[in-house]
Structure formats: C-alpha cells, structure tokens
Write a protein that binds this ligand. Structure first.
Ligand code: KIV
Length: 270
C-alpha cells in the first residue's frame, strides 16, 4: 500500500468523518496476515478485540484472555497496518476498580504493541480508570450496551437497554464518555431508535454492532462476517462469505492430492 496516497486514519479523521456524515468502517482483527488484507482493502478502524478469546482461542466468553495475549495479537496486527487506526481492548480484570492498574495496562499495550488507542467496556463505573488513561495521552474508545465482559452479571447476550431505566443510564453514560474525552463509543446490541438518539446527542462518533443504521459507523467480528465462524448467527450479522466451507474444501482437495500422489507434480519439485 502507498501510505502517502492513503493517509493514516487518526481519531481526528474519525471526528471529521462524523461531521461530514461519512460512515466509519471497523472490523476486528488479531493477526498479521489478516491485518494486511483488511488494511489494504481500506478499512478505517481495526479493533484488536478481546473476542480473540472466542474466535482465536476457543473460549466460551471473553473473560479468560490475558493482557500479554492481547499485546501479542495487537503487535502482530500493528506490524501489518499502514493506514487503519488500531484500537485494542483492555481485557477483563486489567482496568476495573483500580485506575492505576488501568493506566499500567493501557501503557503496556501502547508501548509493547505500538497500537493507536485502547477500548474499555463500561460507563460511570470505570470513569476514574478512563480519566487516568486519558491523562497519559492515550486515546480511549468507550463501549456501552451489551458489554461481553459483564456476561456473568447480565446472564445472557440479549438486547440491552430495552427498558427506560437502562436506556436512560446508557444515554447518561454516552454523554459522560464524551465529556471526559473519549474519541468514540461502541454501542452494542441496543434498540436502533436509542442508538440513533445517542448518535445525534453526542459529538463523538458512535460505532454500532447490532445497533441499527443511524449510528456513525459499524463494526463486526471478522470471523463472523467472513463465515469462518459458523456457530454464531445473531440477527444483526451479515455474512459476506462462507470461508468455513471454502477452506474445508481446499484442505480436502489437498488431502486427496497428497494421498493420490498428484501433489507434488513435476513442476512442483527440484
Ligand atoms: O471484542 C470485540 O470483538 C468487540 C466488538 C464486538 C465491538 O468488542
């Protein structure tokens, strides 16, 4: 990719995109090879999400992934990316309840992976941690609505903020994240109408996942949208490929060719 032809996306660029009404495209990514492809394709934001716990490591929730593992994924992505803004999730247990630990975790991510920003799940309850990270000059993306690190509190992955009390709390938290200086906020699995209202009421970009079309951008987990992961089919997911079947088919052809001594042929040897 010619970097001068495609200037680096920064948090300021995202702000300008919101002002111009240009939607932000965001995908998760966890490794070098995939990051090269999606950066060259022109994605605006890459999220090294803690969903790596699910799609890369096979855990049932995002809770087990460690800070060291997130730094490994983030460093791999960063070695490939020239244009996209790269945001890294602070994993569960590295920022809640202790703002000093939150800052140390964020600094480790920035120093050891060279990423551009961090993302934290939650609103008022983690304000002190966000404040402290921001005070060190580290850009923070918020995350409200369904926050998978709190699955043990929620009990299920159903749509959040359907009732007025939770919707009000989310409205207030979105405003708080804007006021303290977050550069964007992910809105996960909330009613489209509420996401639209929040998007219009704050100046920072909102990035939706299962939050309708009236947000400032969209994010999906790359393994879900490419059809590598077939176990997950929520209503909000659009699949752009069936890579699970394509990759399985390619591997089956390879096995057949090896067994029948069709591979390697004359031209494929020295
Ligand atoms: O970890 C992740 O993939 C996320 C997205 C679902 C927003 O946080």
């Amino acid at each position: 990719m010619n970097a001068s032809k495609f200037p680096k996306i920064t948090t300021h660029v995202l702000q300008e995109m919101k002002l111009k009404g240009e939607k932000v495209s965001m995908l998760t990514c966890y490794d070098y090879s995939m990051a090269r492809i999606i950066d060259e394709a022109g994605i605006d934001v890459i999220l090294v999400g803690d969903s790596a716990a699910n799609v890369m490591a096979g855990y049932k929730t995002t809770l087990p992934i460690t800070l060291n593992e997130m730094i490994y994924h983030a460093g791999s992505v960063m070695r490939a990316v020239e244009r996209a803004l790269v945001v890294v999730d602070l994993p569960f247990g590295t920022y809640q309840g202790n703002s000093r630990e939150a800052l140390n975790s964020a600094i480790r991510i920035m120093k050891e992976s060279n990423a551009n920003a961090v993302k934290l799940e939650g609103g008022r309850e983690i304000k002190e941690s966000i404040d402290r990270i921001l005070s060190a000059g580290i850009p923070v993306m918020g995350h409200l609505g369904l926050t998978p690190q709190s699955i043990n509190k929620f009990g299920t992955y159903v749509v959040r903020a359907r009732d007025e009390e939770e919707a009000n709390r989310l409205r207030e938290d979105a405003k708080l994240l804007e006021d303290i200086g977050c550069f964007a906020v992910v809105l996960e699995k909330i009613p489209a109408k509420l996401a639209e209202e929040v998007t219009q009421s704050i100046k920072i970009p909102t990035i939706g996942i299962g939050a309708g079309s009236a947000v400032d951008g969209q994010v999906l987990v790359i393994h879900d949208m490419l059809g590598i992961n077939q176990d997950f089919s929520p209503r909000f997911l659009r699949r752009y490929h069936n890579l699970y079947e394509e990759m399985k088919g390619a591997v089956q052809m390879y096995i057949k060719d090896v067994k029948s001594i069709d591979f390697p042929n004359e031209r494929e040897q020295y």
